[in-house]
Design a protein around this ligand. Structure first.
Ligand SMILES: NC(=O)C1=CN([C@@H]2O[C@H](COP(=O)(O)OP(=O)(O)OC[C@H]3O[C@@H](n4cnc5c(N)ncnc54)[C@H](O)[C@@H]3O)[C@@H](O)[C@H]2O)[C@@H](O)CC1
Ligand SMILES: Nc1ncnc2c1ncn2[C@@H]1O[C@H](COP(=O)(O)OP(=O)(O)O)[C@@H](O)[C@H]1O
Ligand SMILES: [K+]
Length: 495
């Protein structure tokens, strides 16, 4: 089963659709799910501090508190809201809490001791920067250093963007209701959410509202993989060309080329622009180095990756244009993207290409493509990725924590793999080579993109699990682990 992701306005639509179909107890369902998870996480401990805010997120917290109290947990509720202004469901939850003899505190008692905090301060309704007592409360909870179960979303986090409204609660667990939201998974989301759980509240969300967003998951991305026939030969496994490596940047193209080899391309050619380019890659002599013009004379290339170390010389511009004029599937990275951003004619060429084009910008490159700023791209990562995909009629991965893949049809995917060990030079070059190798091996460009993005992060995660990294993890190591995982996924799929 694929896992859908919805923006908060879509979650509200789902709530409305559920209500129209006669379901009126979503808050009760949410509160029960929260209480059950809290009980499991408490694992025998007994004392809980519940923070209930002014809206329905507070209502969920009140329902959870009621169940935990009934199950003999010691529960204190700090209620930060105005009783008279509570939305109807939350007002009912408050009455039910008071009816069982529950009390409300208006601040966290200084001398209290708890085993866990349940954060029901704000959910998807948070609409502006935190200030005053709300801001202070978030900071106070973070200072307590206790395990925190956040209801729906850590309070202070923007459910759509993964940015914070000035501050946010650092949760150890987040229980997302109905479905995932993108802000849990991208930008700062992973820093604040801890372990993410989803409770659908028994709604079949995709049946109610067609999702455009999906989580990348191993079962989905690896579905396209199959073992090679015994009677294989290199021509069958495709040929990749890498175009880049201007003076002082040859390493970028070599990294991409080596990654393409390690991901199984039959032949890899690296065409380097530098005048003093090496004739052979001594560390990886399997790579075939050639002059750029030679690359375009080859008749058996299946995919071309342009950009790693390309530079922005007139020669780079001419070669990029030549690449765009081919019908080959193209992966464009780094300076290929920067050049595309400033040459309108190349954008027109991109839009009308017969072959697929995959763009792999990080947020600064995306900002150049959209004439925007890195800050604004980070505020709207999903929207930015889909906008580039639609404007330029191409597949896109907007890289960075929680990479967003987008298609020209408006579908988008969030990648949960990867870690800060990947914030080092060369990682993007390796990704380009990986995508190109998978396309050369006949995966569809979209399948190749989604698999490569997921695998690239999973490879880095594998090193971290082994105690190598995140500090000092290198792009070469990521390519090596990607090769190992890819083989494992195909040949020992249970592992
Ligand atoms: N949408 C759904 O289907 C469901 C929603 N539920 C819960 O309801 C939540 C959404 O509830 P609401 O829409 O009431 O929103 P919230 O409870 O997230 O917060 C809204 C309240 O906070 C105030 N507010 C917003 N920003 C503020 C700020 N910076 N400083 C101070 N006050 C601020 C608003 O004026 C409003 O009173 C979800 O996150 C979820 O926890 C659940 O009960 C289950 C079903
Ligand atoms: N904190 C992080 N969490 C997850 N992935 C990351 C993180 N930092 C970087 N990455 C990944 O590492 C790669 C870095 O690419 P890029 O910025 O182009 O590097 P370079 O140009 O130096 O090769 C991208 O795939 C990006 O998604
Ligand atoms: K919350």
């Amino acid at each position: 089963m694929k896992t859908p992701i919805y923006f908060s306005h879509e979650i509200r639509q789902l709530e409305q659709l559920a209500r129209e179909s006669g379901i009126s107890d979503l808050m009760e369902r949410a509160g029960m799910a929260a209480a059950e998870l809290a009980r499991e996480l408490l694992a025998g401990k007994t004392s809980v501090l519940v923070i209930a805010g002014p809206g329905n997120n507070g209502g969920d917290a009140l329902v959870a508190a009621r169940h935990l109290k009934a199950w003999w947990f010691k529960v204190n509720i700090v209620f930060i809201g105005e009783t008279a202004k509570l939305p109807p469901d939350a007002a009912n939850a408050l009455q039910a809490w008071l009816a069982i003899g529950g009390e409300l505190l208006d601040a966290i008692p200084a001398d209290g001791k708890w085993d866990m905090v349940i954060d029901g301060l704000f959910g998807i309704g948070l609409a502006r920067e935190l200030s005053g007592r709300y801001l202070e409360l978030v900071r106070e909870i973070n200072r307590m250093n206790l395990p925190v179960l956040a209801l729906d979303i850590p309070s202070g986090l923007d459910a759509d963007a993964g940015q914070t409204f000035r501050a946010a609660i650092h949760a150890s667990h987040t229980l997302s209701f109905i479905a995932l939201k993108p802000g849990l998974l991208t930008a700062y989301g992973p820093d604040y959410c801890g372990q993410i759980h989803v409770d659908t509240l028994e709604l079949d969300a995709p049946a109610l509202l067609k999702p455009n967003g999906w989580l990348l998951e191993k079962t989905e991305v690896a579905a396209a993989l199959k073992p090679r026939p015994r009677n294989s030969h290199k021509g069958m496994l495709g040929s990749v060309g890498i175009l880049g490596g201007a003076s002082a940047m040859c390493g970028a193209a070599l990294l991409a080329g080596r990654a393409a080899l390690k991901l199984g391309a039959g032949r890899v050619y690296a065409a380097l622009l530098a005048d003093a380019a090496p004739a052979v890659d001594i560390g990886q002599p399997e790579l075939m180095l050639c002059a750029p013009e030679k690359l375009f004379q080859l008749d058996h290339l299946n995919c071309l990756a342009v950009g790693p170390g390309l530079g922005q010389s007139p020669q780079a511009v001419q070669l990029l244009r030549q690449a765009l004029e081919t019908e080959l599937p193209l992966v464009l990275d780094a300076d290929a993207l920067n050049l595309l951003a400033i040459h309108d004619d190349m954008q027109e060429l991109t839009k009308s290409r017969k072959g697929s084009t995959i763009l792999t910008p990080h947020s600064a490159e995306a900002a150049r493509l959209l004439s925007s700023t890195t800050h604004d791209i980070q505020q709207e990562r999903v929207h930015s990725a889909t906008l580039i995909a639609q404007r330029l009629n191409c597949l896109v991965v907007l890289k960075g924590a929680g990479s967003i893949c987008a298609t020209p049809k408006g579908e988008w995917f969030v990648n949960p793999t990867g870690n800060p060990g990947m914030s080092s030079a060369g990682m993007g070059d390796v990704l380009s080579g990986m995508i190109a190798a998978l396309i050369a091996q006949r995966l569809t460009p979209q399948s190749a993109l989604l698999l490569a993005v997921y695998l690239h992060g999973a490879a880095a995660d594998d090193w971290v699990e082994q105690g190598v990294g995140p500090i000092g993890l290198t792009a070469t190591e990521v390519a090596d682990a990607a090769r190992m995982l890819l083989n494992r996924w195909i040949y020992s799929p249970v592992a």
